[in-house]
Design a protein around this ligand. Sequence first.
Ligand SMILES: [Zn+2]
Length: 78
Amino acid sequence: MLCSDVKRIVYFFLDGSLGSRSQLEFNSHLIGCPDCEQRLCFQRQLRAFVRRRLAPLNAPERLKVRLTRTIRVFEAAD
Ligand SMILES: [Zn+2]
């Protein structure tokens, strides 16, 4: 597995929707690649942050829009 593969499937990995074989390859790549490990760590924190912020049902719609936009900026910058 290459770094570009990791980048492509990191969301599936975090969703737990990766096949067991891919997950194994994903994990073994991470062991030898600090860059991808860092990327996974960042994405995990970002998701946790967003989930916390979006969790309350009464979260203002405006905040949701702003957060979504922020995530797009992160993804574009990567
Ligand atoms: Zn890598």
